[in-house]
Ligand binder design. Structure first.
Ligand SMILES: [Zn+2]
Length: 226
């Protein structure tokens, strides 16, 4: 199987994306959940402009079971990290179904968003508004929910002063959520470019490590949630 991966990498480096993707799929067929192949398939998908295919995915419901609720055939849906859980344990019944001991991951051991069809327990297929931009909505299913969760868990209020360390894939979403919620937001960036990004995302204050050696300490006692 390393040979197949190496061949895939060669095609990938030469820009032969379809052949590379075919070989990455072959690796996954032999070793479901092979992380490097999954990651590289995501890179191929991105290079091909197919932004909605990744570990998580956005698609349409093509069939529903007789007991399924809340989803109709043809409806746009998103599926995040989880695809099923037991639905009767304490975690499932208290809104922490992602922590269910029987949680079935969308991608680990499976093909996730790279499969042609995905079978999902209906509560895990999240209905999406028609016409929602897939490229915008896709990241919300992973990075988005990762940083949105703490705002709920820690009861962050619009009057809170929130600090976001790292303006990257997740941090920029955290910054936007906190800003939209009404919080006073400080972005902690590592470069001038990231500092500019933080400002463009609406940060009220930006601390740039390149400019300020004291970095986090410079905002001491001015942040209620970091
Ligand atoms: Zn459960």
């Amino acid at each position: 199987m390393p040979d197949t991966l190496h061949r895939a990498l060669r095609h990938h480096q030469q820009g032969q994306l379809d052949e590379a993707a075919r070989l990455y799929h072959a690796v996954l067929a032999a070793q479901p959940g092979h992380l490097e192949a999954l990651h590289l398939l995501g890179v191929v998908a991105h290079q091909k402009g197919d932004h909605a295919r990744a570990v998580e995915l956005i698609g349409r419901a093509v069939a529903i079971g007789p007991q399924a609720k809340g989803v109709t055939v043809g409806q746009p849906v998103g599926v995040g990290w989880g695809a099923a859980s037991c639905m009767h344990c304490h975690q499932c019944l208290s809104g922490d179904q992602n922590l269910c001991a029987q949680n079935v991951p969308t991608i680990v051991g499976h093909k996730g968003g790279f499969a042609d069809r995905l079978r999902v327990q209906w509560p895990w297929a999240i209905p999406l508004p028609e016409g929602l931009n897939k490229a915008d909505a896709g990241p919300l299913l992973c990075g988005g929910t990762t940083v949105f969760g703490p705002l709920l868990v820690f009861g962050v209020k619009p009057t809170d002063r929130v600090g976001v360390v790292g303006i990257g894939g997740l941090g920029h979403l955290a910054l936007k959520f906190a800003k939209a919620w009404g919080c006073e937001v400080t972005g902690f960036a590592s470069t001038d470019a990231k500092a500019d990004e933080a400002r463009s995302f609406g940060a009220h204050h930006v601390v740039n490590r390149e400019r300020k050696a004291t970095f986090v300490i410079s905002r001491a006692r001015s942040i209620s949630c970091l």
